[in-house]
Design a protein around this ligand. Structure first.
Ligand SMILES: Nc1ncnc2c1ncn2[C@@H]1O[C@H](COP(=O)(O)OP(=O)(O)OP(=O)(O)O)[C@@H](O)[C@H]1O
Length: 618
């Protein structure tokens, strides 16, 4: 379907309301942490399932090897001191040194494999998750996007998915390694010497208390930083999009003041979080030092009593060096997990959102249509209790051109939205060639309805790609023929690379009129039986408009067409002009009939005529 979005039809007041809403949603989205939720963890786990058979055994094996060799090395040192050094047994010493070298080599190799495979699995899981999320969002109906500004949808696909990336690439595996390592060290220490082992572990509760209290404060401080950062992002987004308006109204200073204030608040929050973060390291070191003091004070006593050998004491010292690492990391992991919980909840909330415009289970495709259209007692409301269309009836024969006329907000675009099935009526039916459009597949319906919107959407890519968007399999010759037919060819060939000129997002290098000509070519290429032109000629100058009117005659020939135009001169020749007011059809008929009737349409024509002659007289 050749389409262009009409993102904001309701002017700047509404625009600023949207951006304020967007700022709110950014904040809301960053209300970071959520409680630990097992069912969510299980659901995330299902994303690992397809790869688990293939990769998990390698990851588990390498993980086991890394942990075992890590645990074995201090033990080898301890044995080497007690047996090889004490007995001056050089052969045994070589064996111990050789075994240590082998252990280090295995650790290095296994570590490499683990990192490579965990990264691979993590990246695939993230790829799948992002793929599912985006493909689902594409299926969601207009109602979903009505409620959410683009910014908040973007944040979920990028930030929230990214925050899960660490969890999948390192987090899960590191937690396992740390748990096994911690357990292994505890068992080994207690086996070496129960008394000394328990004495050292006296520091664990202290460490745990300090760690949890401080970590909570650190977490909250970083949460605050992220929230403030999001506000800056939202403001930047709004400022860049509205830069032209800011400059036109010379509001740069005001804008800068607002931004500086936000920036300052962000710096203060960052300093606070960073200071708290830095205080964590020394506290851990102090706790570790207490452990070492206990070891050497109590250990020396045990050595003197002959209860513990020097080798065991050295072994203890090496093990407790490795003891704090996993405890520290597990604490960090927990905060990471809570953040990931919040992100996954937001991602699944989108994935679980059902399209309000859904296809019936075994809906057939709409056969090739002729273009008879009927609105049968259609009632529609965007928000409950505020009808946008009241029992609207309209019969259109194949090939007829219908013009929709009326004041702003009278329901013209709503009729188009229902015909394309962007929304479903609350009551009544929309029929095409006698088929209720809710009974056929959406794809088969929309592929036969072309639409050219007021705010033509140009995607980043070449001019050729943009025209070809109407029918992807069209040849270059067909693309050029379509461009020629709507008089777009001349301006295209005058561009630096002709049809291969790259246009940026939203077609910034093109004028409004040129963008509209492109969307005409796009629609012509799609060759739909039903064509909708929404204010399509509004931003084309009079000379181009004359050319376009010619092209439109060809374009509309034999098709059913709906034209929404504020410039009433452009719809004079429509077969049927429908005049709307507050969602109701007030009059309909040909231009001559309605002029003769001297009703609302006549009034609109008179008003426009007066406006134009006053403008010309000035
Ligand atoms: N997405 C939406 N959510 C809520 N209300 C909406 C939405 N879109 C339109 N409306 C409301 O529905 C009514 C009909 O709007 P519609 O866009 O059909 O008018 P229109 O005749 O096309 O106006 P315009 O000429 O300004 O484009 C208006 O009152 C409008 O405020």
């Amino acid at each position: 379907m050749s389409t262009a979005n009409k993102p904001n039809q309701k002017g700047t007041a509404e625009e600023s309301k949207e951006t304020k809403q967007e700022r709110f949603v950014y904040q809301d989205d960053d209300a970071i942490e959520k409680p630990f939720n097992w069912s969510q963890i299980r659901r995330l786990g299902t994303y690992m399932k397809p790869y688990s058979k293939q990769m998990l055994p390698i990851i588990l094996l390498s993980m086991l090897l890394v942990t075992m060799t890590k645990l074995a090395i201090p033990m080898l040192i301890s044995f080497a001191i007690d047996h090889a050094l004490e007995d001056k047994n050089l052969k045994l010493l070589y064996i111990f040194v050789g075994s240590m070298a082998a252990a280090y080599l295995i650790q290095w190799l296994a570590g490499n494999y683990r990192i490579r495979y965990t990264n691979m699995i993590g990246q695939r899981v993230i790829y799948d998750l992002r793929h599912d999320l985006f493909s689902h969002i594409q299926r969601l109906s207009f109602r979903f996007f009505d409620k959410r500004p683009a910014g908040s949808v973007l944040v979920r696909i990028t930030n929230d998915v990214n925050s899960l990336q660490d969890l999948f690439t390192n987090g899960v595996v590191n937690v396992l390694i740390d748990c096994v390592q911690l357990l292994g060290i505890i068992v080994i220490l207690l086996t070496f010497n129960v008394k000394l082992g328990l004495a050292i572990m006296l520091t664990v509760p202290l460490m745990f208390m300090v760690s949890t209290t401080l970590r909570k404060r650190i977490r909250l401080a970083w949460q605050d930083v992220r929230m403030k950062n999001s506000r800056i992002n939202a403001h930047l987004n709004e400022s860049i999009q509205g830069m032209r308006v800011t400059q036109a109204y010379t509001q740069e200073k005001e804008n800068m003041k607002f931004f500086s204030n936000m920036n300052g608040v962000n710096r203060v929050a960052w300093n606070k979080a960073s200071a708290l973060n830095q205080s964590f390291g020394p506290i851990i070191e102090v706790t570790g030092a207490i452990g070492y003091c206990i070891l050497f004070w109590y250990g020396a006593k045990l050595v003197q009593n002959g209860e513990v050998s020097i080798g065991v004491l050295v072994g203890f010292a090496t093990y407790i060096g490795h003891f704090w690492e996993p405890i520290n990391r597990l604490g960090q992991m927990y905060s990471q997990l809570l953040i990931a919980m919040a992100s996954s909840e937001r991602i699944f909330e989108f994935i679980d959102e059902e399209p309000t415009v859904a296809e019936k289970g075994n809906a057939p495709a709409l056969p090739s249509i002729q273009g008879h259209i009927q609105f049968d007692h259609v009632v529609f409301e965007y928000e409950p209790g505020r009808p946008a269309l009241h029992r609207f009836n309209l019969k259109v024969h194949a090939g007829q051109s219908i013009a929709l006329v009326g004041h702003t907000g009278s329901g013209k675009s709503t009729i188009i939205n229902l015909l394309c099935r962007f929304y479903d009526p609350v009551e009544g039916r929309v029929l095409i060639d006698g088929h209720d459009i809710r009974d056929v597949t959406i794809q088969s319906l929309r592929s036969q309805v072309g639409i050219v919107l007021q705010d033509t959407f140009i995607f980043s890519g070449t001019i050729r790609d943009n025209i070809r968007f109407g029918r992807l399999e069209a040849t270059d010759a067909e693309v050029e023929a379509a461009a020629k037919a709507v008089h777009a060819h001349d301006f295209i060939v005058s561009l630096p690379n002709g049809y291969d000129t790259e246009v940026q997002e939203r077609g910034n290098i093109l004028s409004m009129g040129q963008r509209q000509l492109l969307s005409f070519a796009r629609a012509l290429l799609a060759d739909p039986r039903v064509l909708i032109l929404d204010e399509a000629t509004a931003s084309i100058d009079t000379e181009t408009e004359l050319k376009i009117q010619e092209a439109l005659k060809t374009l509309l020939h034999g098709r059913t067409s709906f034209i929404i135009a504020h410039r009433l001169s452009t719809i004079r020749h429509a077969d049927n002009i429908v005049v709307l007011d507050h969602g109701k059809m007030m009059e309909s008929g040909s231009h001559e009939d309605l002029m003769h009737k001297q009703g609302i349409y006549y009034g609109l024509i008179q008003a426009q005529y007066r406006f134009l002659s006053e403008a010309a007289g000035q």
